[in-house]
Each structure stands twice: as structure tokens, then as C-alpha cells.
Design a protein around this ligand. Structure first.
Ligand code: UD1
Ligand code: CA
Length: 440
């Protein structure tokens, strides 16, 4: 639908304080699966039209420096500062300098709604364009609409106004269709509103929602787009809502995996990040925590008690067992890391066997550097081995238990690195005799 690269932009409102989080950290930097809320929002926006490299303008205020610092990793994100939080309408006017001559659709959303799906936003943008609307507001139907702005509809299906809870009369309070806080604006048609919004309401704020009345006065078309799954609109204002959103995200992922042929033995004790892909017939055992972006093959066994910390790839038919932690690791097929091991910054081939208690020592705490290790196909590591990175072990290398490997090993070799065993005959008897002498 988009031919021009410049016809779609987003504004993300993220200047609010988030008082109810009771935190020294800005609200939008609180995390779900180790990714800040605003990161989930930016990523979803980037997925609406993946080819478009959508520019997002984030309005920052409370904790602006920290939020801006986090967002630096996105080259298509610009931050604008809203020094004083004078309302959502005022927040959008902070972004107008970035949108001056822009022609096209501006999607406005909040930095604290991490569950909103790119497919939902895309449907909304398409609805907005198909109906040639000037303003489209995302709405949701709630049994308990308390606290939200209510959508006042016109006879013709358009909308007349959004009335905030604090400004609503009894009749309006009975309305169950609420403003979800996401908007599409035909920018060239409505940008004039941002000099004209008033703050003559009970909160003394410049309400973005007043753009609906403004549009009506100017004979412009304002519509609402009713979201199918109201869960997606959940805004995070408290730790309880953060936990709730985490649960929703997690359960959705587990359901998706089960639908595609993955066995989840105990969904209550299993957490898998949305950015993890898992092949069919893999079984995930209880108490497994999988965070970040990962790719696990089919017919694997993961857990119980496994911890994957991101950037992990596991090939088909491999086994990751109990108390095994993986981070930045690429593991081939038919490979076993079955017990009590840490594998970080490593590439393991196929048919590799890692004995219990093997540790990849990948980090130098003085230089703060992490180093890579490579284990080729068929390598077998004895229990309680330390692999001190960087090392490379050739095909079929066999490492004896208890070794500390600090050098590369040629293929098909045995590497053994431990002090030879000594035996002292009758040592125990002698000790006991010595002890008895002392008693006399
Ligand atoms: C807003 C809507 C309400 C809607 C609800 C949905 C208005 C006036 N009301 O109410 O109709 O039902 O969202 O959740 O818009 N923000 C700024 N700068 C400001 C004020 C707010 O960046 O000066 C940001 C906040 O950080 C937040 C978002 O805008 O991310 C929404 O603000 P908030 O105060 O939560 O609005 P609500 O009162 O919930
Ligand atoms: Ca809110």
C-alpha cells in the first residue's frame, strides 16, 4: 500500500513519569523479557511495514537522558524533549518540528503499551487509508471502562468526541467503547490542530483527544477502529500491570509454540520469549527460562531447569539439560549439554558431548573482553572441564575429565590437563595411629 518511503511515520509518547511504578527508572525502560517497554513498541512499529524503515519520533521527558541513551541503537528513531508534561496534545506538538512538511499518515501510540501487535496497527492504518479518514482512533470495548476516555459516536458511524473520565457526565460514563490511546492522523490535513488545542478541562491539560472535536468543527472525518483483542491495549502503569503483560506475552508464545508442534510439559513454570523460534517435536521440560532471541531446532530436549540467555542456536536432535546456561552459543545437531554447564560465546559442532560441570571461561574481568571458543564435530569433553577462551578443538578431540584447556587441540587428539594421580599406601592407617598417640 505504501509506495513512497516517506508516507508513514510514528510518534511515541513516552514523557510521563509513571509514578505508580515507584521506581527511580523511567517507566518505559522497565523490561519484559529483558527488553524495555519502549523497545517492544519501537520493534512493533518497525514491523508494520518492514520495508519502509519507518521513522519514529519519541517524545521523552521524565528520565529523558536514559530513554534517549537506550534508543540510540535504533537509527530510525529521533527523540524530542517535552520539558513539562502539559498533556498528550502538548506532547504531540513537541514532535511537529520533525513533521513540518511531512505528507502522509502519522501513527501515534504510547511507549508503555508493549502488547500492541504490528498486525493490529497495520490493519488500523489500512482502515484509516481505505476510509480516507483525517483522524482514526483505536477503540476497545470494556465491561469496566473506568478511567479511560469514552468514545462518543455520531449516527453515521463517525465519532464526535472523546470525553475523559474526569470530564464525563453520567450518560457518557455509561459508554463502554473507550479510547485505546492509538491514533492515525492524515498529517497534512490535521497538523493545524496542534496550535489550536485548548486546556480548558478538569485537568488543565492539552488533550490529544480533543483533535476529534477539532476535526468535527473543521468538517473533517474522524473514525474509530475497534480492536478485536482488548488485551493488546494494556498500558503499564504499575508493577502489577508489568507482571500481567509479561504473563500475557509469555502465554501467547507458549500457545503459539504448542500450536506449531512443540511440547511444553509445564506451562506454569516455563517462560519463553516471543523472539525465540522452536522447531516441531522439541520438548521443553519444566522450569526452563528462555530469554532474548534464540533459534532451537526440532526434536530437541530442553530442560528441566535450563536457562537460555539469548543469541543461542541449537540444532536438531540436541539436548540441553538441567542447570545448563547458554548465552551467545551456536550448538550443532545431535549435541548434548546435559548437566550443570555454562556455554557462552562458543560454537559447538554436531555430535558433540559436553560432560557434566563443563564451564566455558569466556570473560576476562580486567579487560572486560569476551572471547570465543570453537569445538568441531564429534568433540567429547570430560566432566568438570574448563575451556578457557579463545581455543579451538578440532574434530573428534577427546578431553579428559577435570582438564583446564587453554590451548588449541589438533583433531583426533586426546587432551588431558591435570596433575597425575598419586597413591600413598596405608596413609589412612598411619594418620589414625598418629592421632591415637596424641590422645595418650
Ligand atoms: C489517555 C487518553 C485517554 C485514553 C487513555 C488510554 C488523553 C487526554 N487521554 O489518558 O482518552 O483512554 O490514554 O490509555 O490523551 N504523555 C506525555 N506527555 C504528557 C502527557 C502524557 O508524553 O504531557 C504520555 C504518557 O507518558 C503516556 C501517554 O502519553 O505514555 C498517555 O498519557 P496518560 O497520562 O497515561 O493518559 P491517560 O490519562 O491514561
Ligand atoms: Ca495511561
Amino acid at each position: 500500500m505504501f509506495n513512497s518511503k516517506t508516507s508513514f511515520k510514528a510518534v511515541i509518547l513516552a514523557a510521563g513519569k509513571g509514578t505508580r511504578m515507584k521506581s527511580s527508572k523511567p517507566k518505559v525502560l522497565h523490561e519484559i523479557f529483558s527488553k524495555p517497554l519502549v523497545g517492544w513498541v519501537v520493534d512493533s512499529i518497525n514491523e508494520i511495514y518492514p520495508q519502509n524503515n519507518t521513522q519514529s519520533i519519541v517524545v521523552v521527558g521524565h528520565g529523558a537522558d536514559d530513554v534517549e541513551k537506550y534508543l540510540k541503537k535504533y537509527e530510525n528513531v529521533t527523540c524530542v524533549l517535552q520539558k513539562e508534561q502539559l498533556g498528550t496534545g502538548h506532547a504531540v506538538s513537541m514532535a511537529t518540528s520533525e513533521l513540518k512538511d511531512f505528507c502522509g499518515t502519522v501513527l501515534i501510540t504510547c511507549g508503555d503499551t508493549p502488547l500492541l501487535k504490528s498486525s493490529t496497527m497495520r490493519s488500523m492504518v489500512e482502515y484509516h487509508l481505505e476510509h480516507n479518514a483525517d483522524v482514526t482512533v483505536m477503540s476497545a470495548i470494556f465491561d469496566n471502562p473506568f478511567g479511560y476516555g469514552r468514545i462518543v459516536r455520531l449516527q453515521d458511524g463517525g465519532i464526535e468526541a472523546i470525553v475523559e473520565q474526569k470530564d464525563a457526565n453520567d450518560e457518557q460514563k455509561a459508554i463502554k467503547e473507550v479510547n485505546a490511546g492509538v491514533y492515525c492522523l492524515k498529517w497534512e490535513s490535521v497538523k493545524g490542530a496542534f496550535g489550536e488545542l485548548k486546556n480548558n478541562n478538569s485537568q488543565g491539560e492539552y488533550y490529544l483527544t480533543d483533535i476529534v472535536c477539532w476535526a468535527k468543527e473543521k468538517n473533517k472525518k474522524a473514525l474509530s477502529f475497534v480492536i478485536k483483542n482488548p488485551d493488546e491495549t494494556l498500558g503499564i502503569n504499575s508493577r502489577a500491570q508489568l507482571a500481567q503483560a509479561t504473563q500475557i506475552m509469555k502465554n501467547e508464545k507458549l500457545n503459539e509454540l504448542m500450536e506449531t508442534g512443540v511440547t511444553i510439559v509445564d506451562s506454569l513454570s516455563t517462560s519463553i520469549s516471543p523472539e525465540t523460534k522452536i522447531g516441531a517435536d522439541t520438548v521443553i521440560y519444566p522450569n526452563t527460562y528462555i530469554n532474548g532471541k534464540n533459534k532451537i531446532g526440532s526434536n530437541c530436549k530442553i530442560g528441566p531447569f535450563s536457562h537460555l540467555r539469548g543469541n543461542v542456536e541449537v540444532g536438531d536432535y540436541s539436548k540441553i539439560g538441567n542447570f545448563v546456561e547458554l548465552k551467545n552459543a551456536k550448538i550443532g545437531s545431535h549435541t548434548n549439554v546435559s548437566h550443570l554447564s555454562y556455554v557462552g560465546d562458543a560454537t559447538l559442532g554436531s555430535n558433540v558431548n559436553i560432560g557434566a560441570g563443563t564451564i566455558f571461561a569466556n570473560y576476562n574481568s580486567i579487560t572486560k573482553e569476551k572471547k570465543q571458543s570453537t569445538l568441531k564435530d564429534g568433540v567429547s569433553i570430560g566432566s568438570n572441564t574448563v575451556i578457557v577462551a579463545p581455543v579451538e578443538l578440532g574434530e573428534n578431540v577427546f578431553v579428559g575429565a577435570g582438564s583446564v584447556i587453554t590451548k588449541d587441540v589438533e583433531e583426533n587428539s586426546l587432551a588431558l590437563c591435570r596433575t597425575p594421580q598419586k597413591e600413598y599406601p596405608n596413609w589412612v592407617e598411619k594418620q589414625k595411629k598418629l592421632l591415637n598417640k596424641g590422645d595418650n
